[in-house]
Each structure stands twice: as structure tokens, then as C-alpha cells.
Design a binder for this molecule. Structure first.
Ligand SMILES: C[S@@+](CC[C@H](N)C(=O)[O-])C[C@H]1O[C@@H](n2cnc3c(N)ncnc32)[C@H](O)[C@@H]1O
Length: 221
């Protein structure tokens, strides 16, 4: 029986179809174990900047009997992995600024992989902006909702040059054709309008509502 993933990790796993996967910031190690157990990856590398975090992954990997197929490495971002050691790199559960920094340092040191699967907790626009600096294009740009929080979920593929306008950086490459974006934005707008009704002076809320209305006006589905 493969280990059970929560909704967010399951959505991330569903985008992986690699031979060799590196999970940066692996922490508990559940994703790499699941990927190898289910054949979505033949082998994997779990990295983390924290040796303590990685010990959790090491224990789980051993408990799953996968120590021959999954290695663990301590280090910052992409430092612990060489280009020929992974075709797919997953980075999930980190802030967008940290994630963009990892991608930028990787790019500047010549690190390049076939696919990136990225799910930042915050500031997805910084991650998308950094993707525009690479030789990757975005092939999936969606979201997964878990426990009332929405997590962006981005997959890139090597090749081409991504170019996104300001709204795409913020809401996702495909937001204008994305029914799920539309539904989520309508829900958020309803919430903002309810909050504004009881606090009409809240300038930040009013600006956020206006930006969402503008984005929604460009959605064509
Ligand atoms: C919240 S956990 C996310 C775990 C898992 N990826 C997930 O999505 O469930 C974030 C992990 O990223 C690690 N981390 C933070 N900055 C990092 C960096 N620059 N390089 C590698 N790992 C990092 C932390 O030590 C922590 O274990």
C-alpha cells in the first residue's frame, strides 16, 4: 500500500512523470516515497537545508524499504543535485521568495532540469517572474485547495522563453481561460465585498477587490 498523501501533495504528485525526481525541501519525505512506490518515479533524491528535517525523510524512506532507490542530501536549494541526476525537480511548501531565490541561484550556477513542479505557499508571482528568466515555459498553472487555503501549482518544461503580463504573473499564465480561477476569484470577491460592507474604509481590501474585478473582466470562459 503506498503511503497516503494529503490533497495538496497528491495534486503535486499527479504532475510528476519522471525517471529521476529531486524533491527540494522534502522535510517529511512523503512525496518521494509515494512517487517511487507508485512508479511515478524510478528513483528520487530528497534534499533539505535542515539535517533535522531530513532525518524524518530518512526514517520514512527506511520504513518503506526504499533506501536503495531514494537518497537523502542536506543542502541549500539545488546545490545538492547535479543536472544529470534528475529530470524533474519538485519544490513545494516554501514561500515564493525563497523558491524564486533557489531557482535564480540554480540558473546562475548553470543548473537546469527538464521539468520543474513548483507549489509556493506565498508570492507565486515571484516564482513566475523568475521562470521568465529561464529557458523554461509553463505547461500547467493551476491550484489546489486544502483546508481552506489555495496553493498555486505550476509545472514548467525546458524549451522556449516564457513571457507573462502583470496579471498572468499574479493570477497564473492561463487565468483568462481558467474556469477554476473564475470560480475562486468570484468566491474571494464575495468575501472581500462582505468585509468591505462592514469596514468601508479598508483601503487595502478595496484595492484587492478592484484588482480582482479587473482580472475577472478579462476572463473569457
Ligand atoms: C514546510 S516544509 C515543506 C515540505 C514539503 N516539501 C511539502 O510541501 O509538504 C519546507 C521545508 O523546506 C526546507 N527548506 C527551506 N529553505 C530551503 C532551502 N533553501 N533549500 C532546501 N530546503 C529548504 C525546510 O527546512 C523545510 O523542511
Amino acid at each position: 500500500m503506498p503511503i497516503r498523501l494529503d490533497r495538496r501533495l497528491n495534486a503535486i504528485a499527479s504532475l510528476v512523470l519522471g525517471k529521476k525526481v529531486c524533491d527540494v525541501g522534502s522535510d517529511h519525505g512523503k512525496l518521494v516515497c509515494y512517487l517511487v512506490q507508485t512508479g511515478r518515479a524510478e528513483s528520487a533524491i530528497a534534499t533539505d537545508i535542515s539535517a533535522q528535517s531530513l532525518r524524518k525523510a530518512e526514517r520514512l524512506i527506511a520504513d518503506c524499504g526504499l533506501s536503495d532507490l531514494i537518497s537523502v542530501r542536506v543542502g541549500d536549494g539545488l546545490n545538492p543535485v547535479e543536472c544529470d541526476e534528475a529530470d524533474t525537480v519538485v519544490i513545494a511548501g516554501l514561500g515564493g521568495d525563497v523558491m524564486a531565490g533557489i531557482l535564480q541561484r540554480g540558473r546562475e550556477s548553470g543548473k537546469d532540469f527538464e521539468y520543474y513542479i513548483l507549489s509556493p505557499n506565498t508570492h507565486a508571482e515571484r516564482v513566475r517572474a523568475e521562470i521568465c528568466n529561464t529557458n523554461h515555459t509553463i505547461v500547467y498553472d493551476g491550484r489546489v485547495e486544502q483546508a481552506g487555503k489555495v496553493y498555486p501549482l505550476i509545472k514548467t518544461m525546458r524549451g522556449g522563453k516564457e513571457k507573462l503580463d502583470g496579471k498572468q504573473l499574479r493570477y497564473g499564465k492561463f487565468f483568462r481561460e481558467d474556469e477554476e480561477f473564475k470560480a475562486a476569484a468570484v468566491r474571494e470577491l464575495d468575501k472581500l465585498e462582505a468585509m468591505l460592507a462592514s469596514n468601508p474604509e479598508a483601503v487595502n481590501l478595496a484595492r484587492r477587490a478592484e484588482e480582482l474585478r479587473e482580472a475577472l473582466s478579462e476572463v473569457v470562459v
